[in-house]
Design a protein around this ligand. Structure first.
Ligand SMILES: Cc1cc2nc3c(=O)[nH]c(=O)nc-3n(C[C@H](O)[C@H](O)[C@H](O)COP(=O)(O)OP(=O)(O)OC[C@H]3O[C@@H](n4cnc5c(N)ncnc54)[C@H](O)[C@@H]3O)c2cc1C
Ligand SMILES: Cc1cc2nc3c(=O)[nH]c(=O)nc-3n(C[C@H](O)[C@H](O)[C@H](O)COP(=O)(O)O)c2cc1C
Length: 598
């Protein structure tokens, strides 16, 4: 029954309640309405909603909840596909982002499928932290009736591989739940493992749901923080590279590029804080060097994903060549009989160190081997797109998206090595075709209140989202103060978007900007040093409700900045270390301290 046909006589709502509901729903698109209906169904189930409104569709006693925790969209994509498969099979299912999941709902679940990635150093994605912490706490209920399975996404080159998924799995088991299918640990190249797990997990859910369900009309409740774009990682948008401009100076040690890409008429929406995914092709020069080394000529035919093509094309388009990874080391150790590589496989830390800074070519350089084309590709991982923080506001750069890309360029055994995606962007000419998709990030957003002050800390390419933030604050005519910290090697060659910042400072939009050029003086200076120098003012801003954003290098910078923040809070707030840590943790919980680090 449509809302407009409802009256207080035919529904349990009073007239004022009905008109409030009608008012709230008036502006919603069909997709948003579907989301809200699912959300309300979830709430009703969670509160044990036994009472059925007259005329309302009856809810099944049991259903599967697909719960995802995702930082950069992969687990979300997997969960969305799983949900569609469940629907196609007539399984009563709902899809919920962990950020929207009420802990008390757990007790009401009959079947739970978790898809979760690992972030940081073995940490849960931002959206999953609250539920993860709850599950680990004493407050988590025993759930002996629950049937579950976990799909863990990760990257085997990290020390804590698939740690978050593993923790969800272990904790649910400890709470008495029954794993209907073993956990799947999925590496970067996860499609096949995910497909197998999804099939098994849904089959197990279906089998056990049937036994318990009396009126199993499927319900569909989608909970996600935004309306999905029609272009995704798997279905990217083919568009044009508009601008590809080096923005570091002639004498800079880095090649950093300002890239503009057309989005006109794509129907793609993005917000400041989102990232853009880029599909890339490997450099044919690199591919030829690998073929030479293995004495393959590239015309051999190979079959990849049911398509037959020549080896050279497959290497250019389909496989990761600019990184090395444990699965290839293992395959090549066996095929070549290299003792050095075989030994590395016994020592995870040594293997990680070895992989860093080595490409596939460097691994096959270790020992000559005669491989067939099929043997070669069987050890290689499929290419995965790279993400770049969007450096423009859609309201300023209409129909375009801008990026700030540092070309990965280093030496290995005296030879130059270039990154896969950043090298592709370096080579790509303006006007050329490029495949992209938007990855939303609701954990890196400007405050909704435009009066709120913001502190942005973005050295190197970490500056990218802050260009988007400042443009957005400008367009919105936000009155809140804006303070930007930027750092790089040299003032003259590495001051990214210098003139833009200068004009924002002049117009007053940027209240303050502090820069740290690390190599312009004998002593190295970094953004965290500038934070400490400004401790008193920084603390005042925090006490006034400022939101803090950090973007860029996650290995060192983000940790050093975090440490500086804790020290500043302790010193200025006259707090013990543990209290200062809690102050900063509280900022994070309240989404006043957000990070986009890589
Ligand atoms: C959410 C998010 C946002 C991001 N935003 C940006 C952004 O705005 N701008 C940006 O430039 N990047 C950004 N990145 C990083 C980006 O996604 C890529 O990881 C980066 O461009 C490298 O990809 P690549 O394909 O060029 O290099 P790859 O082919 O992936 O090569 C990387 C490998 O090269 C080796 N390597 C790299 N540097 C060195 C070195 N100095 N010495 C020795 N070995 C080295 C390491 O083995 C490393 O694993 C972001 C990442 C994420 C997850
Ligand atoms: C900054 C960063 C840190 C990561 N840390 C880990 C880790 O500690 N362990 C792991 O297995 N994978 C780690 N990964 C890999 C991700 O889990 C993997 O890319 C996954 O597919 C991401 O899924 P998501 O997009 O749903 O977040 C990390 C990735 C990034 C970008």
């Amino acid at each position: 029954m449509l809302l407009k046909e409802l009256s207080s006589l035919t529904s349990p709502l009073s007239e004022p309640q009905l008109s409030k509901l009608q008012l709230a729903l008036n502006d919603l698109s069909p997709t948003q309405t579907a989301w809200v209906s699912g959300y309300l169904a979830g709430i009703s189930q969670a509160s044990g909603g036994q009472v059925q409104a007259q005329g309302a569709v009856s809810q099944p006693a049991q259903r599967v909840t697909i719960l995802f925790g995702s930082q950069t969209g992969n687990a979300k994509g997997v969960a969305e596909e799983l949900y569609q498969q469940a629907q196609a099979q007539g399984i009563a299912a709902r899809l919920v982002n962990m950020a929207d999941y009420k802990a008390k709902e757990l007790k009401t679940e009959s079947h739970l499928l978790i898809v979760a990635s690992t972030n940081g150093e073995g940490e849960a994605p931002d959206d999953a932290v609250t539920f993860h912490d709850f599950l680990a706490s004493k407050k988590a209920p025993k759930v002996p009736e629950l049937k579950y399975s976990v799909c863990a996404l990760g990257d085997s080159s990290y020390e804590f591989y698939c740690q978050t998924g593993l923790e969800f799995d272990e904790r649910l088991a400890a709470l008495g739940a029954e794993a209907v299918v073993d956990r799947a640990d999925c590496d970067v190249d996860y499609d096949d493992v995910v497909a197998a797990w999804s099939e098994q997990a849904l089959a197990a859910v279906k089998a056990t749901l049937k036994e318990a369900t009396t009126s199993a009309a499927p319900i569909a409740a989608v909970a996600s923080n935004h309306v999905a774009n029609s272009y995704t990682k798997k279905k990217p948008f083919k568009t044009e590279l508009l601008v590809n401009q080096k923005i570091t100076g002639r004498f800079s040690g880095k090649d950093i590029r300002h890239v503009e890409i057309a989005l006109e008429d794509a129907g793609i929406s993005y917000q400041a804080g989102d990232a853009l995914g880029i599909w890339f092709k490997n450099d044919p020069v690199l591919v030829d060097a690998i073929l030479d080394q293995l004495e393959l000529d590239g015309t051999e035919t190979v079959t990849v994903a049911n398509e037959t093509e020549n080896l050279r094309d497959a290497l250019i388009n389909r496989f990761e060549l600019t990184q090395s990874y444990p699965s290839f080391i293992q395959a090549y150790a066996e095929l070549s009989g290299s003792k050095k590589l075989a030994k590395l496989l016994d020592d995870k830390a040594a293997l990680r160190n070895y992989c860093y800074g080595r490409q596939i070519l460097d691994v096959i350089d270790e020992k000559k081997a005669k491989l067939t084309a099929t043997q070669l590709i069987s050890g290689l991982r499929k290419i995965t797109p790279r993400l770049y923080s969007i450096a423009s506001s859609p309201n300023e750069a209409e129909g375009e998206v801008h990026l700030t890309v540092a070309v990965v360029d280093y030496q290995q055994s005296g030879e130059q090595r270039i990154g896969g995606a950043s090298g592709f962007l370096q080579r790509l000419e303006e006007g050329a075709e490029i495949e992209v998709f938007v990855e939303h990030n609701d954990n890196f957003r400007l405050p909704s209140n435009d009066e709120t002050p913001v502190i942005m800390i973005g050295p190197g390419t970490g500056i990218a989202p802050f260009r988007a933030f400042v443009q957005e604050r400008d367009v919105r005519e936000a009155t809140g103060n804006n303070w930007l910290f930027f750092g790089n090697q040299h003032f003259t060659d590495d001051f990214l978007y210098q003139t833009e910042w200068q004009s924002y400072l002049k117009s007053g939009l940027l209240t303050k900007m502090d820069v740290a050029f690390s190599r312009d003086q004998a002593e190295k200076v970094y953004v965290q040093d500038r934070l400490r120098e400004n401790a008193t003012e920084l603390y005042t801003w925090l006490e006034q409700g400022a939101h803090v954003y950090v973007c860029g290098d996650g290995d060192r910078m983000a940790k050093d900045v975090n440490e500086a923040l804790i020290e500043i809070v302790a010193e200025q707030g006259k707090l013990a270390r543990s209290e200062a840590e809690e102050y900063v943790a509280e900022l994070r919980r309240n989404k006043r301290y957000q990070r986009d680090v890589y």
